[in-house]
Write a protein that binds this ligand. Structure first.
Ligand code: SF4
Length: 72
């Protein structure tokens, strides 16, 4: 799984970190960031929920084979 965060789009709402705190965090400026070692989501099923929860659709989740995509 690949997780992309569009930093230009992110407004720092924090919904991703709330939905999947084991994968997402917020940087010093409040914008979304991936926790170290969690760049691939770590198999956390809440990653897609986090993508859906983002109010500005800044998170894109791409399955390994590229078949399934989920954006907020
Ligand atoms: S939910 Fe979306 S807007 Fe909010 S911090 Fe996460 S990526 Fe940014």
């Amino acid at each position: 799984m690949r997780i992309d965060i569009d930093k230009d789009r992110c407004i720092g709402a924090g919904q991703c970190a709330l939905a999947a705190p084991g994968v997402f965090t917020q940087d010093d400026e409040g914008f979304s960031a991936l926790l170290p070692g969690r760049e691939d989501g770590g198999g956390d099923p809440m990653v897609k929920e986090a993508a859906r929860a983002c109010p500005v659709s800044a998170i894109t989740v791409t399955e390994k084979d590229g078949a399934a995509r989920a954006t907020g």
